[in-house]
Design a protein around this ligand. Structure first.
Ligand code: PLP
Length: 382
């Protein structure tokens, strides 16, 4: 039996350089200690450096003292606390929606929401680069999953023209800031196509929350579409420095999901200290203390510096992919940067399409100008 597993794993390793877990023994914004050595961390989604902000830590400590560590049960049992509702109310106000629901993670949100609302007779039209959790949600719905070309509303329009009639209900899904490419979805154009073909529209704001839009409210708000997109999902775990996820939607949808989303029902509620930290992060954003637009300006300058050296750089956000082609090259470049004290992880198939392996730089408010200049220097030229 053991040998069969060995054979299976060896085959996988031949197909794609197998990833390994490398624990950090210390962490701070823009800093990771690995193999006993400090690295400037360009791989974290802690875009605003909020994960160690004193306001979040103080809020988490207070909640620990008040409620203890675990929530003890799922929300529909006795794990539901007033602080969960407080976070949901403030999230709805932040996102300009009638209501919001907190999920235990972005993965659980996407895999819970879609199958609760769509089924066998329905179809999900997803951007080709949608995150795995969105695709898994569509697969769990047992409806038909169709993929439209990345950021191409006209292709979506044609696909819907051809296929929409075969299904009872249809959902169109996209990310607003794409996690591996760092580019932005044409939300208004996609929404117009949805309306033309009687589809619901779901936007994943995981990488936009905290960074894009006024006070970090996201791309839906930045595109003046607040209240118009049916399902706006996002996370507290990236730009907001905490953990968990939200769905902003109508009261009817939220009440329905409380009773039908399996990832919400059959999982212990998030710990109160996590909820308190998320709430503190949201309040920092709403007070205007966080500076998403400044981070985006710095990311644009970083992108230009890399392009100036001849690298193929994509994106329009704080996520800056440098596409190098083959997986082995991305791995080698990442290793060479690690040897010089920079943590920049390679992203390879199947996370990204074959032949588009990349170094994914994720710029954060915690990086100093000197660190950014140093990594450009260390990467050199292609
Ligand atoms: C676009 C997108 N959606 C959802 C998720 C999942 O979020 P979480 O890490 O909170 O499970 C991620 C992050 O991995 C993501 O990039």
């Amino acid at each position: 039996m053991m040998d069969e597993w060995k054979q299976f794993l060896d085959d996988r390793e031949r197909r794609q350089l197998l990833r390994r877990l490398v624990p950090s023994t210390g962490r701070a914004p823009a800093l990771a200690v690995r193999d006993g050595r400090e690295h400037v961390d360009f791989s974290s989604n802690d875009y605003l450096g909020l994960s160690s902000h004193p306001a979040l830590i103080a809020a988490a400590r207070e909640a620990l003292d008040r409620y203890g560590v675990g929530a003890g049960a799922s929300r529909l049992m006795s794990g539901d606390l007033a602080i969960h509702h407080e976070l949901e109310e403030e999230t709805a106000a932040f996102k300009g929606s009638a209501a919001a629901l907190v999920f235990n993670s972005g993965y659980q949100a996407n895999t819970g929401i879609v199958p609760a609302l769509f089924g066998r007779r329905d179809a999900v039209f997803a951007d080709q680069l949608c995150h795995a959790s969105q695709l898994d949600g569509a697969l769990l719905s047992r409806g038909k999953l169709l993929r439209f070309r990345h950021n191409d509303p006209e292709h979506l329009d044609r696909m819907l023209g051809k296929h929409r009639g075969a299904f009872e209900r249809a959902l169109v899904m996209t990310e607003s800031v794409f996690s591996m490419d760092g580019d932005l979805a044409p939300l208004a154009a996609l929404l117009a196509v949805c309306r033309r073909h009687d589809c619901r529209f779901m936007v994943d704001e995981a990488h936009a929350t905290g960074v894009f839009g006024p006070q970090g409210r996201g791309c839906v708000e930045a595109s003046d579409l607040a209240g118009q997109v049916d399902l706006v999902m996002g996370t507290f775990s990236k730009g907001l420095g905490g953990f968990g996820a939200y769905l902003a939607a109508s009261r009817t949808v939220i009440d329905y999901l409380v009773n039908t989303a399996r990832s919400f029902i059959y999982s212990t509620a998030l710990p109160p200290a996590v909820i308190a930290a998320d709430l503190a992060a949201l309040r920092l954003c709403r007070s205007g203390e966080t500076r998403g637009e400044e981070l985006l300006r710095r990311a644009a300058a970083f992108r230009e510096a890399l392009r100036g050296r001849g690298w193929a750089v994509g994106g329009e956000s704080q996520i800056v992919p440098v596409v190098v082609g083959e997986s082995a090259r991305a791995v080698a470049l990442s290793k060479s940067l690690a040897d010089r004290g920079f943590l920049v992880l390679p992203v390879r198939p199947p996370t990204v399409p074959e032949g588009s392996a990349r170094l994914r730089f994720s710029l954060t408010a915690a990086h100093t100008e000197r660190q950014v200049a140093a990594v450009v220097e260390a990467l050199g030229a292609p």
